[in-house]
Write a protein of this length. Structure first.
Length: 423
């Protein structure tokens, strides 16, 4: 996405580094961060900025072609890395039995993600229960398309997080094949059988299925019985080999909805390094003790609790047992959750690390992205707080702006006072 020889100087900025907020200037060349400089007492003009850059060998020759951008005091933070979002499923099928073309869904989703500040997206694609976007044939087509997007012009970086439901015994061969084909960037294991994990309360699961899939009580009972039968057929030796295959390719593996120390011990022994959505505070603490990355949902933070009445994400954060925030089912929650955590008492750099540097480290890409540091790719967000709410005003990926927005002054005034419209 970068443009050869392109030089950008971003001044009058509040730059969020991994450890502090620096008020000053950021230098970008060829899509890479070249210099971070604290603001001098005297305001620099355009020529002085160029001369300052040309005197520093680490910056290179900054001539009159460099673009100087006044950030107007906005917060400049790294682009967010989303490890778990099933937004593509909702873009494809926003309502039951309504399916839209994959090309259209992906293009529209890119715009939405850039607008909320997500620059690297791990599409959370679920091989699960056979619903219109979760049967293995559709899952394979989505993964094939998203994998190709890694190498095509796009507004964001596309990566693939394949969520494998262990009761989908027929789908394990597909998972193994896609790992061999290099199409998976993150693998996770799920177990949504009732009576444990996310659905320890069976009635909560029943209500969810009846509402989301428009099922009757009798139909949900049939599904519960079928899931119990499938679980008896789970081949853990085969799953263990698939996990080892992923690890041999440098791919991180996660577990969902850990609820007991025994389960965490079991999945840790498999070599799993991320615990997503632990359902109790005790489980979150124990996962941290086992040196696992712990992920919670940003919607949980914004809403003030779990929609399934499980762990409070904010409580777990305040207890110091959370590393990563993900948007799960609601991408717009990611950035506001960071600022809510900051407002609760955590420093802004520490809160932002949960959506930038920590997910990058968990997934092994921290040498390239995840923080504003010299030598890293310039994935940047220009964030403006409006009445305490953070808005992304510009999104840059590898030195190229892919999104920009601003207010229209006087929008509340009568139209005839501002402009004439013709139809």
């Amino acid at each position: 996405m970068s443009q050869s020889g392109k030089r950008i100087i971003i001044t009058n900025a509040k730059i969020v580094t991994p450890t502090q907020v620096v008020e000053g200037t950021l230098w970008v060349e060829d899509g890479v961060i070249k210099k971070i400089e604290q603001q001098c007492e005297n305001e620099w003009n355009h020529d002085e900025l160029l001369r300052s850059g040309s005197d520093d060998n680490s910056v290179g020759s900054w001539d009159a072609d460099a673009s100087v951008i006044d950030a107007e005091g906005m917060i400049i933070m790294p682009g967010m890395i989303e490890t778990h979002s099933d937004a593509i499923e909702r873009e494809i099928s926003p309502r039951p039995n309504s399916v839209f073309p994959l090309v259209m869904a992906m293009r529209e989703l890119e715009k939405k993600m850039a607008a909320v500040g997500i620059t690297t997206l791990y599409h959370s694609i679920c091989s699960s229960d056979g619903t219109p976007v979760r049967n293995d044939e559709i899952v394979a087509s989505i993964i094939d398309y998203a994998a190709a997007k890694r190498h095509e012009a796009s507004m964001i970086r596309h990566r693939i997080h394949l969520r494998y439901e262990i009761t989908n015994t027929s789908g394990l061969d597909m998972v193994e094949r896609m790992l061999h084909e290099g199409k998976i960037d993150l693998l996770s294991l799920m177990d949504h059988t009732p009576g444990q994990g996310q659905y320890r309360d069976v009635e909560v699961y029943r209500h969810y299925l009846m509402k989301s899939e428009h099922l009757t009580v009798e139909e949900t009972d049939q599904i519960f019985a079928q899931l119990a039968t499938f679980k008896e057929k789970v081949d853990w030796d085969h799953i263990r080999k698939v996990v080892q295959l992923a690890q041999s390719k440098g791919i991180q593996v996660a577990s969902h909805d850990d609820d007991t120390e025994a389960k965490i011990d079991f999945i840790h022994a498999l070599g799993i390094g991320i615990s997503e959505f632990p359902v109790t505070l005790e489980a979150a603490h124990y996962a941290k003790q086992r040196d696992m990355y712990v992920t919670v949902g940003a919607p949980n933070v914004v809403r003030g609790g779990s929609h399934n009445k499980n762990l409070s994400a904010m409580e777990a954060i305040q207890e110091g047992c959370v590393d990563i925030l993900c948007s799960d089912y609601h991408p717009p929650s990611l950035l506001p959750s960071v600022f809510m955590i900051h407002q609760s008492g955590m420093s802004l750099p520490e809160a932002m690390r949960m959506v930038t540097l920590h997910p990058a480290a968990a997934l092994g890409i921290e040498s390239q992205v995840g923080s504003i540091e010299v030598g890293k790719v310039a994935d940047l967000l220009f964030v403006q707080e409006e009445q305490g709410y953070p808005l992304v005003r510009r999104t840059m990926i590898a030195g190229t702006f892919v999104y920009q927005s601003s207010y229209l002054e006087g929008i509340g005034e009568p139209a005839h006072d501002r402009l004439a419209l013709s139809y």
